[in-house]
Design a protein around this ligand. Structure first.
Ligand SMILES: Nc1nc2c(c(=O)[nH]1)N[C@H]1C(S)=C(S)[C@@H](COP(=O)(O)OP(=O)(O)OC[C@H]3O[C@@H](n4cnc5c(N)ncnc54)[C@H](O)[C@@H]3O)O[C@H]1N2
Ligand code: MOO
Length: 429
């Protein structure tokens, strides 16, 4: 019995004209729906993207305060102070961090002050305790009279109100990612809740009748399935926990039922496999009835065949090729930027770093070559070398596992010679 998944006719070819990868990404970004804003407590907002600009409701620092443990003084009282001619001031109070007091500082007097305590209004300068002597040489702090051994600059060791962030200044913009540092800045300014974009709900479906769980006994023709691990992990690297991860056989009706189950449950579906022109390439076949999904051939290697667009059920579909490195490169070029764009992220491109090719390799005429590379730091900057054989990249999941970057060789560049400059995006281990 034939296990051909569908009978009858279907488009057996991908479009002959290849679309530039930039044009394909622009097509996606112009259509993929943006996610709604939600309000979250600051502590739950890490990894989210701000939906609105945030301004500082309080200045940072909140008020003038001490940067040192020492004495709050009037600098004018200490103009003549030096180790040879110390000046003695009367100690008339103490403020610690948390104190609400504002003790007076009469002329020729000082207030003991601790780091972070509000500077008394009558003082303008702090002298660190190390630059003073108390009455008792064994004891650093003075009880009633402190002797100052140097003349401080007016304003020394004072952190002035708003010197870090002025009241009302922009702390973070719409489209900024909330990482640890930004969250701490918002918390310091007294912000408790933020308006962020909801994270995308993403389902992964790996398709292929040859696929078995890693570790399972394999008969001829079967292989351990790896793309779902790849995609689930790439999503996690982008702060997204996959809503559902499934592996399905090459069967059009089974695949369509899975899409129907996911309707309304997810924003984005990422599949791998079955987008080629083969008779069992069921993803492309199942998607032919979707009016807003395109089957495209992209001028890139690897990652050439792609089906993408909005399903009638509402979710956005990224049907990536099954070859493991093709799937990984497709995620990097098209899915990752789209995941950021739907969250309103301002910067969606990864920075490119300049490297030197350690060895020569053949380019891919007429297509962007995305070559997995290993990047190392040398005396003259970064160097890169292919992590896989450049002539057979798309299936080379093993070598790809050791890559930490992708070299981008433009379609019109030709071959790469040893010692030439190559742009690389660093993707990490
Ligand atoms: N006549 C043509 N054949 C092919 C063309 C073409 O233009 N004309 N394009 C080639 C290119 S380029 C690619 S890329 C692939 C796209 O293939 P599919 O998306 O249909 O992927 P499959 O055929 O299902 O699988 C390809 C390959 O990858 C292995 N695979 C698939 N899924 C997984 C998984 N989850 N884990 C591990 N390995 C997986 C699969 O066993 C195949 O070896 O088509 C070319 N052919
Ligand atoms: O375009 Mo395919 O993705 O080369 O392997």
């Amino acid at each position: 019995m034939s296990d051909t998944p569908v009978e009858g006719s279907f488009r057996a070819e991908l479009p002959r004209t290849a679309l530039a990868p930039e044009a394909h990404l622009s097509w996606i970004l112009a259509r993929i729906p943006a996610l709604p804003a939600v309000e979250l407590p600051l502590r739950d907002a890490r990894g989210h993207t701000l939906a609105q600009e945030v301004t500082a409701p309080l200045p940072l620092p909140l008020w003038d305060n001490s940067a040192m443990d020492g004495y709050a003084v009037r600098a004018a009282d200490l103009k003549s102070a030096s180790a040879a001619h110390p000046v003695t001031l009367r100690v008339c109070g103490e403020v610690a961090a948390g104190s609400a007091e504002d003790p007076p500082v009469p002329v020729a007097s000082a207030v003991r002050i601790m780091t972070g305590a509000p500077l008394p209004s009558a003082a303008d300068t702090v002298v660190p305790v190390e630059h003073t002597r108390g009455e008792d040489r064994e004891q650093a702090w003075a009880a009633a009279h402190v002797t100052v051994l140097c003349a401080p600059h007016p304003g020394a060791n004072v952190r002035t109100q708003g010197e870090d962030v002025a009241h009302g200044a922009v702390l973070a913009g719409a489209g900024d990612e909330l990482g640890a540092r930004r969250l701490a800045a918002l918390a310091a300014a007294g912000i408790e809740r933020v308006s962020v974009r909801r994270l995308p709900r993403v389902a992964v479906i790996a398709t292929g009748s040859e696929l078995r769980k890693p570790g399972e006994t394999l008969r001829r023709g079967q292989i351990p399935e790896s793309n779902s691990v790849l995609l689930q992990s790439l999503l996690a690297e982008n702060g997204i926990t996959a809503t559902a991860v499934t592996v399905s056989a090459d069967n059009v009706s089974g695949f369509r039922s899975r899409l129907a189950e996911l309707e309304g449950e997810v924003d984005i579906i990422i599949t791998t496999g079955g987008v080629g022109p083969g008779r069992h390439d069921i993803v492309r076949i199942a998607l032919e009835s979707e009016p807003d999904v395109i089957a495209a051939r992209i001028a890139v290697r690897p990652g050439q065949p792609q089906c993408t667009g909005q399903l009638a059920g509402g979710a956005w579909m990224f049907a990536l090729p099954g070859n493991p490195v093709s799937a990984a490169v497709s995620f990097e070029l098209f899915v990752r930027p789209a995941l950021l764009a739907v969250q309103g992220r301002t910067v969606i491109e990864r920075p490119r770093v300049a490297t030197t090719a350690e060895v020569p390799w053949r380019g891919v005429a007429g297509r962007l070559q995305v070559l997995p590379v290993r990047v190392a730091a040398g005396k003259e900057g970064l160097r890169c070398r292919p992590a896989v054989d450049p002539s057979g990249v798309s299936h080379a999941v093993g070598g790809h596992g050791a890559a930490d970057g992708y070299a981008l060789v433009p379609a019109d560049r030709g071959d790469v010679a040893a010692g030439e400059r190559v742009d690389v995006i660093l993707v990490g281990p």
